[in-house]
Design a protein around this ligand. Structure first.
Ligand code: ARG
Length: 465
């Protein structure tokens, strides 16, 4: 049978291979709620403008509601021969209400339809991801407050650098997640314009009201250029870019969890809830969830790269290539959302080994900077000289195989005679973190204040949202 939608021109049906490459219903069926909402807004507008009768509009709306509940219930029969969600819905509408269904497609095209549906879908997705990122932040902040004073080694080059607090480390990810949420919010702002009514590419000769459909669908305004409206997918790219950066943040954190839980390091422990065993090695406790968060980042980056490549050679306006915009994006958003939830679970589950963290924080002469700072502050030494003197003291301590605070004072004085016993007091890891009171620094009282401010901010957002 030739196609119902364009059978006027076509005598024969498609080849089986044509149908297979052309079909998109397996993917765009996920747009059903948005597709139906957009069709309802369109039908109501057509009737308000006198383009279709009020009674046809009423029947169309009723039919669309029935279809929505059929799909929600799982009783809708999606047909591959009908290619995509738009034609599946329209065809079923015909079965339900008869010829009036044919009036719904007046003054629109699948090109503006799919652009509208996908914008609505991405907008909903952004809202869901934002809520899960907020929950992630909340978990981090709660643990940060609990561990505002828990000392751990801070690293650069993965070498012990200076002591920090575990709470401070967790709050770093709260800041990253805040910027991630900002990027999603920015993308949402820009995508929130309506393509509906751009029709195939050139607009329409019918007296439609694009402001009305835009408003009904929660868009700020109609998109100003019909060619742009049907042919750009920058809103998907931008959201995927935000998703990619968020995934990279999560991946770095996941990598830290993998490192910290290794028996070689052993700074934290995850419970049975977020680890798995080995089928052959009974002693193993593997951080699979963290490893998979790290790995899912590949999918998200891949989706962004894939769509950039699809789009880069396309002339205006709609090209069928764009049908490939959805699958990767949907998978990527799903992967990110799962990764955020898994990380939230791990943040709540993780138990730091405080004694080990503290011991590790002092290893590798991590308080050497504190001694240099003492020389600057107390002896008014230029920092470069203090660095040099401290370097020699570290050399002496390491020669004797002792930590800095166990090097006899007289050995320090042999290097710098003006050093007093007071200098020793800055060499503990607690004293070190306590002294880092500069704005944004790791001092426990800073960390506690930041965590409390975040809790307040998140609570306020929750109330507003
Ligand atoms: N399934 C198509 C897509 O996702 C809908 C638009 C089809 N438009 C067209 N002119 N064939 O892109």
């Amino acid at each position: 049978m030739s196609n119902k939608m364009w059978g006027g021109r076509f005598g024969e049906g498609p080849d089986a291979i044509m149908e297979e490459i052309n079909v998109s219903i397996d993917v765009d069926r996920h747009l059903y709620a948005q597709d139906i909402a957009a069709s309802k807004a369109h039908a109501a507008m057509l009737s308000a403008q006198g383009i279709i009768t009020a009674s046809d509009a009423k029947n169309i709306a009723r039919g669309l509601d029935t279809i929505l509940s059929e799909i929600d219930k799982g009783s809708f029969d999606f047909k591959r021969a009908l290619e995509d969600i738009h034609m599946n819905v329209e065809s079923r509408l015909g079965e339900l209400i008869g010829p009036a269904s044919g009036r719904l497609h007046t003054a629109r095209s699948r090109n503006d339809q799919v652009a509208t549906d996908f914008r609505l879908y991405v907008r909903d997705t952004i809202d869901e991801i934002d809520a899960s990122l907020a929950a992630f932040q909340h978990a981090l902040v709660t643990r940060a407050l609990e561990h505002a004073g828990t000392v751990m080694p801070g690293f650069t080059h993965l070498q012990t650098a200076q002591p920090v607090t575990f709470g401070h480390h967790l709050l770093a990810y709260v800041e990253m997640a805040a910027r991630d949420r900002g990027r999603f919010a920015d993308a949402r702002k820009r995508l929130n314009e309506s393509p509906l009514g751009a029709a195939a590419l050139a607009g329409t000769s019918f007296p439609i009201d694009r402001n009305a459909t835009a408003k009904a669908l929660g868009f700020i305004r109609p998109m100003a250029n019909s060619l742009d409206a049907v042919s750009d997918r920058d809103f998907v790219l931008e959201t995927l870019a935000a998703a990619t950066i968020a995934s990279v943040h999560l991946s770095r954190f996941a990598e830290e969890i993998v490192i910290w839980t290794s028996p070689l390091v052993g700074l934290v422990r995850l419970s049975d809830k977020f680890t798995s065993g080995s089928s052959i090695m009974p002693q193993k406790r593997n951080p699979d969830a963290a490893e998979l968060v790290r790995a899912k980042t590949g999918r998200v980056i891949g989706a962004l790269t894939g769509l950039l490549i699809v789009m880069k050679g396309l002339p205006l306006a709609y090209q069928k290539d764009m049908q490939e915009d959805k699958q990767g994006a949907m998978e990527a958003f799903g992967a990110l959302s799962l990764a955020v939830r898994a990380m939230t679970g791990m943040v709540l589950d993780i138990v730091p080994d405080e004694a080990k963290m503290k011991a590790a924080a002092g290893e590798g002469y991590a308080t050497a900077t504190d001694l240099a700072d003492w020389l600057v502050r107390t002896l008014k030494m230029p920092f470069r000289d203090a660095h040099h003197v401290t370097g020699r003291i570290v050399g002496a301590a390491s020669g004797q195989g002792v930590p800095l605070h166990e090097l006899p004072l007289k050995d320090m004085q042999a290097i710098e005679p003006k050093i007093t016993r007071e200098a020793l007091s800055v060499l503990s890891v607690e004293a070190s973190v306590k002294s880092r009171v500069s704005y944004g620094g790791t001092a426990p009282k800073n960390v506690a204040a930041q965590a409390k401010a975040w809790l307040k901010r998140l609570e306020k957002q929750r109330k507003l949202g």
